[in-house]
Design a protein. Structure first.
Length: 319
């Protein structure tokens, strides 16, 4: 028998967060600070709700919504008028913070609003810094290409510019690392991501910035979102090759490079890649399949809040 889904409503005020579960009659209060947000995130990871709903009022909700979204918990912001109308329709006329939270949870179960990833100013700065890092890398590559044909004074100028760009890249990378370390939510998520063989700082930072849905979607949805899910190209009796397209190119590019590493150092991906090659699959096709499997593993680890462990079936092979 399938386990009944749990829906969560959070009533947000300046100093506290009232959290209610539906259909369970469980209401808890957390302080609205870093400690409280870390505690509520850990609590909701164990609950594994279908959706968490908050009222979009006054801006107070943005920090907790962004924190939960970054932790891979599905969050939806709802117009408070809808909540009030729902409360009236269901006869909930009394008003306290805990009652409001229960009404929001009931609303979540009845309406099932779609989750919408949200980001606060820190998350936006994080994305901007990551974008700037990519731009600097592109400039370094372009200057190195020019260096091969340069001579004399021009060559010295290009070399000096490359050194300056490299220092800029180091500063940006350091700033990104500090931003992750200063956020308990991001720090925990980054630690889990980098516990997976093949996931390094670049892929981890990219996933944190550009894939906030990670852990909140199933394997098919996350593969389609990134653009590594194969789509049919059929028409009438014609059967075309299944191809991958669309999705988030920045995430896919970082995932591709990490998957190349994983085919050598991650025992699960390595075994899967070799098996596909032995079965006659083209290396490009095998690598795309490995990207999809690798993303599925990453998504599952963030969803369950666990760290990497070698599967029992492969333990003897690795040992």
């Amino acid at each position: 028998m399938e386990k009944e889904k749990v829906y969560v409503g959070i009533d947000v005020s300046k100093a506290r967060l009232d959290v209610s579960l539906y259909p369970e009659n469980d209401c808890r209060t957390f302080s609205y600070d870093e400690k409280g947000m870390a505690a509520i995130t850990e609590y909701l990871r164990k609950v594994r709700p279908a959706i968490v709903v908050l009222e979009a009022t006054g801006g107070y909700e943005m920090l907790i919504a962004a924190s939960l979204g970054t932790a891979g918990i599905a969050v939806a912001l709802t117009n408070p008028r809808q909540i009030r109308d729902f409360a009236k329709a269901t006869g909930k006329l009394a008003k306290t913070d805990s009652i409001d939270a229960r009404v929001i949870a009931h609303f979540a179960a009845a309406i099932k609003p779609l989750p919408k990833p949200v980001s606060d100013d820190l998350a936006q700065e994080f994305k901007d810094m990551l974008l700037r890092r990519r731009q600097v890398i592109d400039m370094i590559t372009a200057e190195k290409n020019r260096l091969g044909k340069a001579r004399g004074t021009v060559k010295k100028h290009i070399e000096a510019h490359i050194r300056w760009l490299q220092e800029e890249l180091d500063d940006i990378s350091q700033r990104l690392s500090e931003m992750v370390k200063n956020s308990p939510i991001w720090r925990e998520k980054d630690s889990k991501l980098q516990s997976i063989p093949g996931v390094g700082p670049v892929l981890s930072l990219t996933l944190l910035a550009d894939l906030p849905e990670l852990g909140a979607l199933n394997r098919r949805q996350i593969s389609a979102l990134v653009g590594v899910a194969p789509f049919n190209r059929d028409s009438g009796k014609m059967r075309g090759k299944r191809t991958v397209w669309g999705g988030r190119s920045k995430v896919r590019a970082a995932l591709y490079m990490s998957t190349l590493v994983a085919t050598r150092y991650n025992p699960v991906i390595k075994e899967f890649y070799l098996r596909l090659c032995l079965a006659g699959k083209a290396k490009k096709v095998a690598l795309t399949a490995c990207m999809r499997k690798f993303l599925t593993i990453i998504n599952a680890i963030i969803r369950t809040g666990t760290t990497w462990r070698i599967p029992v079936s492969l333990t003897n092979q690795v040992g």
